[in-house]
Design a protein around this ligand. Structure first.
Ligand code: GRF
Length: 184
């Protein structure tokens, strides 16, 4: 697949994907990186020689995806809502990585540290990460992969974040591999 990765933040998931591609862990190619702001994660695209752009205007987003003949989109910490036109043009070809065991701790307001703070406050023993298809509802599409981690010993939401991030970096590339195998 010809992949675009969309980011808004530090891009550790993007970096993990680039490294996995370079190790041949999946066949697809990351051809384009787009951020909705001047995200720190853009450095990973620069270092990997992958065309990267800051695009704030939704119309320009679809144009850029078409310019690069993108046929699969990965949201890796992308905080903006994907325009319906793009979701509808890329039905079942957009995935998102979410730092909880969806459907728990998903939906409005549940992103980044807010997720881990709620999990910690509720004294959950387990957390984890979920890769799901993107539809026009927040954190709602079919689950591609989900992996749990025991957080019973975590002493802060930050410890949970770090434990979950490690899972994210593994299951995002595994999800791409799984989708490639399903599309054979
Ligand atoms: C991750 O926690 C991811 O689950 C969420 O946003 C964060 C992105 O982190 N969607 P990074 O930018 O990949 O480091």
């Amino acid at each position: 697949m010809n992949i675009a990765v969309l980011i808004s933040g530090t891009g550790t998931n993007l970096k993990a994907l680039i490294d996995a591609e370079n190790r041949g862990e999946f066949k697809s190619k990351i051809s384009l990186i787009i951020a909705d702001r001047d995200a720190k994660g853009l450095i990973h695209g620069y270092n990997a020689n992958i065309d990267s752009f800051v695009i704030k205007d939704d119309d320009k987003l679809l144009d850029k995806l078409r310019d690069y003949s993108i046929d699969f989109i990965v949201l890796a910490g992308y905080l903006k809502k994907v325009p319906e036109e793009i979701v509808n043009n890329y039905e079942n070809r957009i995935i998102n990585i979410h730092p909880s065991l969806l459907p728990k701790y998903g939906g409005k307001g549940f992103y980044g540290m807010a997720v881990h703070e709620a999990v910690f406050k509720n004294k959950e023993k387990l957390s984890g990460a979920t890769v799901h298809y993107v539809n026009n509802k927040l954190d709602d599409g079919d689950i591609v992969l989900q992996r749990k981690v025991d957080i019973s010993k975590a002493k802060s939401p930050y410890e949970i974040r770090d434990m979950v991030l490690e899972i994210e970096h593994k299951i995002l590339k595994d999800a791409i591999k799984k989708i490639e195998e399903e599309n054979l």
